[in-house]
Design a protein around this ligand. Sequence first.
Ligand SMILES: CC(C)(COP(=O)(O)OP(=O)(O)OC[C@H]1O[C@@H](n2cnc3c(N)ncnc32)[C@H](O)[C@@H]1OP(=O)(O)O)[C@@H](O)C(=O)NCCC(=O)NCCS
Length: 219
Amino acid sequence: MTIRLVTLTGQDARLWLEPALDIYVTAMRYPRGTEVHRAALWREHIGRPGWRALGAVTTVSPHEAHTLPGSRRRVQPPVGLGENDVLVGIAYGYTGAPDQWWNQQLRLGLRQRGHPAEVVEGIAADYFELTELHVHPSAQGRGIGQWLLGRLLTERPESHVLLSTPEIPEERNRAWSLYRRMGFTDVLRNFTFTGDPRPFAFLGRRLPVDLGPAAGPQP
Ligand SMILES: CC(C)(COP(=O)(O)OP(=O)(O)OC[C@H]1O[C@@H](n2cnc3c(N)ncnc32)[C@H](O)[C@@H]1OP(=O)(O)O)[C@@H](O)C(=O)NCCC(=O)NCCS
């Protein structure tokens, strides 16, 4: 499987948004229909300062490209190179800001744990929020997630990167092992966002990220 990373632009959103949301609901095992609600939110994120998005694209056989489930992820040029190209991964984020709900939740959580105002400010200001990172299950385990994340975090102006991810017993899933491998450490654990009973962890690390010799995933 030959993968290439492509920069996804706001102007081309009509070409990649639906395929990206299909990866999201499949990778997260959310019920079909979740993407309808998410589409408006993801579109709104495109307008946020510092927004940047990358896709991982591969060429499949004409049969795979035109039959379900592959057809949902087909990407037309210029996102894909031809009609048999499908999206297999998506990553995006933007610069955090105090008027964002996620930032307010983070500040609330840090205050609840007794952190003084200057510590809260040091964490919840000047950061890049990794908002979404998903690789389709058919393409997981080849280093694509790491490649997307490493590339997304290059040449960012912020001092650090933050993300939130569901708490998993013993941190045993691919997301946790990827974040730990890439040097993310605990910022806030077992936090419940308003309106969602599931516990989440906030993780972070300083920028820049040293990518080392790893150029990309194996075929
Ligand atoms: C989390 C996620 C984005 C990671 O993507 P991925 O491409 O599978 O992840 P990686 O790049 O780490 O690759 C996974 C495995 O391939 C291995 N790998 C890394 N580079 C590799 C390479 N060049 N060649 C072969 N294997 C490689 C890693 O060791 C890793 O093994 P592990 O999972 O046993 O630790 C993906 O699994 C996913 O979408 N999960 C569901 C959705 C989700 O949880 N998203 C994050 C929500 S916060």
